[in-house]
Design a protein around this ligand. Structure first.
Ligand SMILES: NC(=O)c1ccc[n+]([C@@H]2O[C@H](COP(=O)([O-])OP(=O)(O)OC[C@H]3O[C@@H](n4cnc5c(N)ncnc54)[C@H](O)[C@@H]3O)[C@@H](O)[C@H]2O)c1
Length: 261
């Protein structure tokens, strides 16, 4: 995991972000774990939410062996009562969240002909509905305090179509629309809301798809490789910093040139 999440914050970021509280969903693995590490390295207190309790604990213990800054929280984002309850508990321990990263997601690599109604709902429950209600809860505190940073993790799949991505792509496009809606309502209160839209990045799952399939994917990326999770997490770190107050409602493409616009 250290290899996946080993980004280090320069001293400047420590000074700017230290003492803040971040809530990161899907922090147990993948990009979420990398964001948790980058926040931790910057001196941020992190509530790392995930439905995978064991992995979330193990990841938090690895990132923060002293158990001082990263609090793993077991929560299923589809249970809105549990979400409210988890936020209240985390608030008591670490204070209200200054930073929210809606990163958890459900993927569904299925053709639109094969997608069932239940699967459609499961994708939208995590990727859109949970992000909407969690953001509203957290933004209530941010608005009252006059400062906040929200980053929604979308995807290139919400911007261009490929076969086998109908529900997932639609959910990421919806999340991007929500970003703008929240940004518009929160702009007067010092709260910024932005989307990060990565193309495929390096995860154990991607490495497992086989050399030929990976080469096919890389052939579609002008820079000739896929992203490292740290590259995306460092963009998130910039967007949640104090110098990003004039950036809101934006979508940051981070795709190696796979979509230029
Ligand atoms: N992997 C990629 O190449 C890629 C590309 C573009 C965008 N993205 C986006 O980046 C983000 C992170 O992707 P990843 O590959 O690191 O994801 P991942 O699947 O490795 O991790 C997602 C995490 O979210 C958690 N989660 C899922 N449902 C949950 C629920 N109901 N409640 C709480 N936690 C839940 C999972 O347990 C998991 O730990 C996602 O939003 C994804 O859509 C990923």
């Amino acid at each position: 995991m250290r290899g996946d999440t080993g980004a280090v914050a320069p001293a400047a970021y420590r000074g700017q972000l230290a003492g803040r509280t971040a809530l990161v969903t899907g922090g147990a693995q993948g990009l979420g774990a990398t964001v948790v590490r980058v926040m931790y390295d910057a001196g941020v207190r992190v509530l790392s939410w995930d439905v995978d309790e064991a992995r979330n604990r193990a990841t938090a213990a690895e990132i923060d062996p002293g158990d001082a800054l990263v609090l793993p929280v077991h929560v299923d984002l589809t249970d809105l009562e549990a979400v409210e309850c988890a936020y209240r508990c985390g608030r008591e321990r670490f204070g209200p969240a200054d930073i929210l990263v809606n990163n958890a997601a459900r993927a569904l690599p299925k053709s639109l002909w094969e997608t069932t109604a239940a699967e459609w709902d499961q994708v939208f429950e995590v990727n859109v509905r949970a992000a909407f209600f969690l953001t509203r809860t957290v933004a209530t505190d941010m608005r009252a305090r006059g400062w906040g940073r929200v980053v929604n993790m979308a995807s290139l799949a919400g911007q261009i179509a490929r076969p086998t991505g109908a529900a997932y792509g639609a959910s990421k496009a919806a999340l991007t629309a929500l970003t703008r809606a929240f940004a518009a309502e929160l702009a007067p209160y010092g709260v910024t809301v932005n989307t990060v839209a990565p193309a495929m990045f390096d995860t154990p799952m991607v490495r497992g798809i086989g050399r030929e399939a990976l080469a096919g994917l890389i052939a579609q990326v002008p820079v000739g490789r896929i992203a490292r999770p740290e590259e995306i997490a460092l963009l998130v770190r910039h967007l949640v910093g104090p110098d990003s107050g004039f950036i809101t409602g934006a979508t940051y493409d981070i795709n190696g040139g796979a979509l230029m616009r």
